[in-house]
Design a protein around this ligand. Structure first.
Ligand code: F6R
Length: 241
C-alpha cells in the first residue's frame, strides 16, 4: 500500500487527475471505476481542463460508477447519473453508451444488481478505480456491516450517511434511504485502486482503514488486502497516521 500526503485539496485533485489521464494515455480503451461526491470534483475539473488543452481522447474508454441512489432516475438533479454527466461526461468525448451507472429506478433491483455485476465482469477488469470514503469508513455505499458483501447489491444507507448526503438535497425527507453499490469483490477486482480523502472528517476512517484491523465494520480496511492501492490524502485526512 502506498500513502501519499499532499498539502491541500487542490494538490490531491491534481495528482488524482494525473493518475486518470496517464491511465487513458497508456491504454486508450481503459476501463475506469468512478466515484461521485465532493472529493472527486477537483479531479474531474482538472481532467476536463487537461482534455481540452491536450490531445487525449475518451472515445474508447469505458466507465463504471460505484453506486447510485434508489428511487432517483437519471434526470433527477441529485442522482449520481446526473452528477456524472454534469461534472464529467458532458465535457469529454466519451460515448454515453460506454458509461455504466446502476439504474436506481429499475423495476427489479435484484436483476439490476446482477446485470451490473455481469457487465463489470464482461467489460472489465477495471484498470483503475477511484474511491472516496465516508466518515464512517464506507467505500462505494458499502456501509459498516457484520460481513463484506461481495457483489453489486442493494444497501440501506446508515443514518450517518443519510445525514452527510443531505447537503445535496432540499430537506432530509428527500434524501434516498437506499442505494445500489458495487460490492467488495467487484472493488477489489480492479487492477489499481486510488483512494482520495481530504479534510479532518475523514481522518479517523483513514487511520482505521490503513492501520486498523481488516473488518467489515470499517469497509475501507479491506483495501489492505489489495496489492496495488494508493491513498492520496491531504494533511487533515492524514492527521492520525
Ligand atoms: C460516492 C461514493 C461514496 C463517497 C463517500 C465520500 O459515489 O462512492 O463512497 O465517495 O461518501 O463522499 P464525499 O467525497 O462527498 O465526502
Amino acid at each position: 500500500m502506498e500513502v501519499i500526503i499532499k498539502d491541500n485539496y487542490e494538490e490531491v485533485s491534481q495528482l488524482a487527475a494525473e493518475y486518470l489521464i496517464n491511465t487513458v494515455k497508456s491504454k486508450n480503451n481503459a476501463v475506469l471505476g468512478l466515484p461521485t461526491g465532493s472529493t472527486p470534483m477537483g479531479m474531474y475539473r482538472i481532467v476536463i481542463e487537461t482534455y481540452k488543452d491536450n490531445n487525449i481522447s475518451f472515445k474508447d474508454v469505458t466507465t463504471f460508477n460505484l453506486d447510485e441512489y434508489v428511487g432517483l432516475d437519471k434526470n433527477h438533479e441529485s442522482s449520481y447519473s446526473y452528477y456524472m454527466d454534469k461534472n464529467f461526461f458532458s465535457h469529454i468525448d466519451i460515448k454515453k453508451e460506454n458509461t455504466y451507472i446502476p439504474n436506481g429506478v429499475a423495476k427489479d433491483m435484484e436483476e439490476e444488481c446482477n446485470l451490473y455485476e455481469n457487465l463489470i465482469r464482461e467489460r472489465g477488469p477495471i484498470d483503475i478505480l477511484f474511491l472516496g470514503i465516508g466518515p464512517n469508513g464506507h467505500i462505494g455505499f458499502n456501509e459498516p456491516n457484520d460481513f463484506f458483501e461481495p457483489h453489486t447489491h442493494l444497501v440501506k444507507l446508515t443514518e450517518d450517511t443519510i445525514l452527510a448526503n443531505s447537503r445535496f438535497f432540499d430537506n432530509m425527507e428527500s434524501v434516498p434511504k437506499k442505494a445500489i453499490t458495487m460490492g467488495m469483490k467487484s472493488i477489489l477486482s480492479a487492477k489499481k485502486i486510488v483512494m482520495l480523502a481530504t479534510g479532518e472528517a475523514k481522518s479517523d476512517a483513514i487511520l482505521k482503514s490503513i492501520k486498523g484491523k481488516v473488518t467489515p465494520q470499517v469497509p475501507g480496511s479491506i483495501l489492505q488486502l489489495h496489492n496495488n492501492v494508493t491513498f492520496i490524502l491531504d494533511k487533515d485526512a492524514a492527521k492520525y497516521l
